[in-house]
Design a protein around this ligand. Sequence first.
Ligand SMILES: [Zn+2]
Length: 233
Amino acid sequence: MKKIATSIWNGLLDFIYPRLCLGCNKVLLQQESVLCIGCTEQLPHTHYHHIHDNATFQRLEGRFGIGHATSFGYYTKGGLLQYLLQELKYKGNKSVGTFLGKSLHAALRNVDWLAEAGLVVPVPLHRQKQKYRGFNQSALIGQELAAGRGLPFLAENLVRIVDTGTQTAKSRMQRVENMKNAFVVKDRPAFAQQHILLIDDILTTGATIEHCALALEEAGAAKISVVTVGLAV
Ligand SMILES: [Zn+2]
C-alpha cells in the first residue's frame, strides 16, 4: 500500500515539477532517472570489461600490482559523460552519482573478475575539498557498485592528505613530489592481503590512481583492480 502511495506521490511530483533528461531535455518518465532511455543508449560504452589488455589497463600497467582494469565509457570534451560528471561534481547533482554507480553495476553485472575483489575503495578527496563539495563523487559511484555486488565498501581508510588539485602554481617536479605523499592508510590491517577494487570518476594520466594504489600496496594490499566511469581520450 505504501509503495502504491509513493508511486502516486512521485507521479504527482513529476506532473508538478517535471524532471528533464540531462541529455536531451525531454521530460523523464517516472521509471527514468537522469537520462531518458534514448540518451542512456547513447552513452559511449567502452565494453573494456570483456578485454583484459584494454586501454585503461595499458595506461596503468607496470605502475603497481594491477589485477584488472576497466572504464565504463569514453570521456571526451563536450561529450555526454563530461556533462554528467560536471553536473555531479560542480552542480552537486548527487542523483547523477547514483545513476552512474547503478549504470556501472549493470554494465559489469556478469564480469567474473569483479568477484575476486574483497572490497571496494573510492579514490578519496582532500578533507577540505570534500567539505566544500559536500560529498565525494567517487564514493557515491563506488557505493552503488559495492551494494550491487554485495562487496564491502571502505571509504574512510585511504586518506588524501595533500590537495593535489590546487597546486597549479607549483612546478611539475613539486607536483610529482607532492603526489607521492598525497595518500595514507589509517588502518593498515584492514587492507592487508586484500584484492582491492579502486574506484575513480575519470582516468586521465593515471597519476592519482597510481599513488592511491601504491599507498594501498604499502599497507599490504595483495592486488589492486581499477574501475573508472570515464577514460579521458
Ligand atoms: Zn534524453
